[in-house]
Design a protein around this ligand. Structure first.
Ligand code: GSH
Length: 227
């Protein structure tokens, strides 16, 4: 059994989607990041960085893993799935996983901060992060024009990037004209394990369509930025 500490965000979904795709059983613990639960001493004991997601592997002497990419690698290695064993195949997955960890995630995350959460609208900052995220989408689109998946086969690299790219509207990043990215998003959107994973710890799909829900969510996120 695995304990998952999470919230309904792309980084949280990377962990829950991986657990679902691997068919692992887990208990979910909601961390209310808008109320500051991530700063509680009990949670900091698990992740000194005070961020979700975190897992505790009860079947491996309560081994704790924080950082969503590290969680994905740990789970893939634990099960021998979604990550090839050969060095080159593994490296290709890790390259696209790191592309998400260091590029897509931080750029879309900062686009969210400046486009959605900051009370002041600082247009150059909004433009900078939205344009950089769009540039990274174009890199994905080019790769997906050469290959069905980001690495050789479906892997944790696809899951990691998908968990972020699917939220493009929230970040205000266009995916117009990126046909290969559209094809890949459409295929991943249909995977039952991913659909279950993004409903953990609860579904928030209505945010984009519901202006009031979006404003309330942004207001809670703004509070957490001030802590
Ligand atoms: N690099 C970390 C980032 C984790 C992260 O930023 N988590 C956010 C939610 S997506 C969080 O816990 N935010 C709480 C806060 O900012 O205080 C990872 O990939 O796990």
């Amino acid at each position: 059994m695995i304990d998952l500490y999470t919230a309904p965000t792309p980084n949280g979904h990377k962990a829950s989607c991986t657990l679902e795709e691997l068919g692992l059983t887990y208990d979910t613990h909601v961390v209310d990041i808008s109320s500051g639960d991530q700063h509680a001493p009990e949670f900091r004991a698990l992740n000194p960085n005070g961020r979700i997601p975190v897992i505790v592997d009860r079947d491996a002497a309560d081994f704790v893993v924080f950082e969503s990419g590290a969680i994905m690698l740990y789970l893939a290695e634990k099960t021998g799935s979604l990550l090839p064993a050969d060095a080159r195949g593994r490296s290709r997955v890790v390259q696209w996983l790191m592309f998400q960890m260091s590029g897509i995630g931080p750029m879309m995350g900062q686009a969210n901060v400046f486009y959605r959460y900051f009370p002041e609208k600082i247009q150059p900052a909004i433009d900078r992060y939205q344009h950089e995220a769009r540039r990274l989408f174009e890199v994905l689109d080019t790769r997906l024009g050469e290959s069905e998946w980001l690495a050789d086969d479906y892997s944790i690299a696809d899951i990691a990037n998908w968990c972020w790219v699917r939220t493009y509207k929230w970040s205000g990043v266009s995916r117009d004209g990126l046909e290969n990215l559209d094809r890949w998003l459409g295929v991943l959107n249909q995977r039952p394990g991913l659909q279950r994973g993004v409903a953990v710890p609860f579904a928030i799909e209505s945010l984009i369509e519901d202006e009031q829900a979006a404003a309330e969510f942004a207001s809670r996120a703004r509070n957490s930025l001030q802590r």
